[in-house]
Ligand binder design. Structure first.
Ligand code: BGC
Length: 269
């Protein structure tokens, strides 16, 4: 489904774009007319397949290997992207991971891995994007904003998550990174927002939906009584990156089938 060329002439960099939600966002931005840099850190063939899918729709796309937690690699990726496409209009800072453990057993390695990718990575990528947006300013006829940043957050930016303290801490931190940055750069016409998915069918939560028993348990947390699909996140990202939403600044868009609505209160209270 094409999205009316909403992002025609723009270039988007999507981190963690070789699988799951990132992949769907990259493809959706491409089908809305954007050129796309498909960032990945593992499985290059998957990244190449995403780029090829975008190219087959008529847009330009390249892959970019970079660990978002590594400052030098992030800077090199942005430099390569600007060299190829002249500038970047949209950053979707999406790369994220889980390393779950009971709190008393959580290793420093598990803590650091999640915080480094989910939070430090968001900082490093957003900083490079803001630098490029400030350098370039508004491009009349392309977008009324100087740039757009969308973070892939989670319902766990507000829902506590036992057994996943590192992940919830990273997303809670991301919420105030997003809002504080949005406040700081709004006057430069840079729009910063987050998308907060709930339970979406991806590899990261495979165990939560892949058996009927697990799926039934999961549905106790979802008032809308179905899992979300990655394309639903992709379409929202297109909209949030487009000038249709130019007055949306510093907001988290929850896409969660009502998971944040205290589903325990469907019957209790
Ligand atoms: C997590 C998933 C989880 C979902 C809802 C996401 O942020 O990555 O594993 O299913 O939140 O709890």
């Amino acid at each position: 489904m094409r999205s009316l060329d909403l992002l025609k002439g723009q270039t988007a960099l999507v981190t963690g774009a070789n699988s799951g939600i990132g992949r769907a966002i990259a493809v959706a931005l491409g089908s809305a007319g954007a050129n796309v840099i498909v960032n990945y850190v593992a499985n290059p063939a998957d990244a190449e397949a995403v780029a090829e899918e975008i190219r087959s729709g008529g847009q330009r796309a390249i892959t970019a290997l970079a660990d978002v937690a590594d400052e030098a690699q992030v800077q090199a990726m942005f430099a390569a992207a600007v060299l190829e496409f002249d500038t970047i209009d949209i950053l979707v800072s999406n790369a994220g991971m889980e390393r779950n453990a009971p709190f008393h057993e959580m290793s420093v390695g598990q803590w650091d891995a999640v915080i480094n990718v989910n939070l430090r990575g968001a900082f490093l990528c957003a900083r490079e994007a803001v630098r490029e947006f400030l350098r370039r300013g508004v491009r009349p006829g392309i977008s009324v904003a100087a740039g757009k940043i969308i973070f892939t957050s989670s319902v766990h930016e507000v829902i506590p998550w036992a057994g996943h303290v590192n992940y919830a801490a990273s997303k809670g931190g991301l919420m105030l990174l997003m809002k504080s940055l949005a406040q700081e750069v709004a006057e430069k016409r840079i729009r910063v927002n987050s998308i907060a998915p709930g339970a979406i069918r991806t590899p990261i939560n495979h165990a939560a939906w892949s058996t009927p028993e697990a799926y039934a348990e999961l549905m106790k947390l979802v008032p809308y009584k179905r899992i979300g699909e990655i394309e639903e996140i992709g379409r929202a990202a297109v909209w949030l990156a487009s000038d249709f939403t130019d007055y949306i600044v510093g907001t988290t868009l929850f896409i969660d089938g009502g998971m944040t609505l205290y589903p325990g209160f469907e019957t209790g209270g």
